[in-house]
Design a protein around this ligand. Structure first.
Ligand SMILES: *Cc1c(COP(=O)(O)O)cnc(C)c1O
Length: 345
């Protein structure tokens, strides 16, 4: 990657090792269940988290939608965060395609949903009400600044869901970053959840793909929903081959992204006209102060001239989110800090 692109970790390109594995992948028709590379990815992913089965899907959005549609009959409700990706950033798919109602509760600053809020959101047994079917949490919590949720909290939600007869889903798009943040084993972060999705793209650098995990029965039903949504893929082993490298190699280097995020936050913190708002996992947020000598547009233009891509966070003119990933190494982080300092000098 030529640019130092901090807009998101979704911009990460596949690594040379991935391109090579993709070229050599052994493939078959995955709708017939005959692609050995896809089968291996699904099995390895399930084993890593302690689930019975996995399903390779085209995106995190598709994985979440399939999970919701498999758990929730039409007209039922999912309790989720008011900043949850499934509520804000998935084009209303659960309602448009699944007939499912989101029932939102506030996402706290630490990325959690308060347990009391979840309990209050559960509908009573009254035929006026929709039926509550599912609780969904997000780890790491994207819109709360990439904060990681702990295994203890996850366990508490699992117990709450069980006590109230609800299913429990984890949108774990960046669950591997959460595992690094808590130095936690993957099964600990999934324990008690009926389903979990994670992304092979983003920080793990695969070009395409996510995996949905659950029981064998759940995944068998989910496979049907995936087909219904047009997500049945044929020689998808070409993509799964990159996914296997993401799963087995790339996740072991995510601590570097967290260290680089910390380095960036520290480097930005003493630059005038700029206020670092937060740093968690591979995310850094900062605010361009009104005292800055240039407009946000000019700021971005100057950074771009120095080879750095940054955009304001949606809905804010002066708030910036920087996301660290494989293609922004330590020396590039140092270049970013200098570029920002230079732009505001
Ligand atoms: C990126 C992301 C997803 C899935 O996004 P896709 O672009 O569809 O792969 C889901 N949840 C969260 C929290 C995400 O950050």
């Amino acid at each position: 990657m030529e640019w130092i692109d901090l807009r998101s970790d979704t911009v990460s390109h596949p690594t040379p090792a991935m391109r090579e594995a993709m070229a050599k992948a052994v493939v078959g028709d995955d709708v017939y269940g005959e692609d050995p590379t896809v089968i291996q990815l699904e099995r390895d992913a399930a084993a890593l988290f302690g689930y019975e089965a996995g399903l390779f899907v085209s995106s995190g959005t598709q994985g979440n939608l399939i999970a919701l549609m498999t758990h929730c009959p039409r007209g039922s409700e999912v309790i989720c965060g008011d900043k949850a990706h499934i509520f804000v950033y998935e084009a209303g798919g659960m309602s448009a395609l699944g007939g499912i109602m989101p029932h939102t509760v506030k996402v706290q600053a630490d990325g959690t949903l308060a347990l009391d809020d979840i309990v209050h959101a559960i509908r009573g047994d009254n035929y006026h009400f929709p039926r509550t079917r599912l609780v969904s949490i997000e780890n790491t919590q994207n819109s709360a600044g990439g904060v990681a949720l702990s295994p203890t909290y996850t366990q508490q939600v699992a117990e709450l869901a069980k006590r109230h007869g609800l299913k429990f889903h984890i949108d774990g798009a960046r669950i591997f970053n959460a595992a690094v943040a808590y130095n936690a084993a993957l099964p600990e972060l999934a324990a008690g959840a009926d389903s979990l999705t994670f992304c092979l793209s983003k920080g793990l650098c695969a070009p395409v793909g996510s995996v949905l995990l659950g029981s064998a029965t759940f995944i068998s039903e989910a496979r049907r929903v995936r087909k219904m949504l047009g997500g049945g893929m044929r020689q998808a082993g070409v993509l799964a081959a990159a996914g296997l490298i993401a799963l087995h190699e790339m996740r072991h280097r995510l601590h570097e992204d967290h260290a680089n995020a910390a380095l960036l936050a520290e480097g930005l913190s003493d630059i005038p006209h700029l206020r670092v708002l937060s740093q968690a996992t591979n995310f850094v947020f900062f605010w361009l102060e009104e005292s800055a000598p240039i407009t946000p547009a000019e700021f971005e233009k100057r950074l771009q001239a120095a080879g750095v891509l940054l955009r304001p966070y949606p809905g804010y003119a002066r708030k910036y989110r920087c996301v660290l990933h494989y293609w922004v190494d330590r020396s590039r982080v140092e270049r970013v800090i200098e570029a920002v300092r230079g732009a505001l000098a």
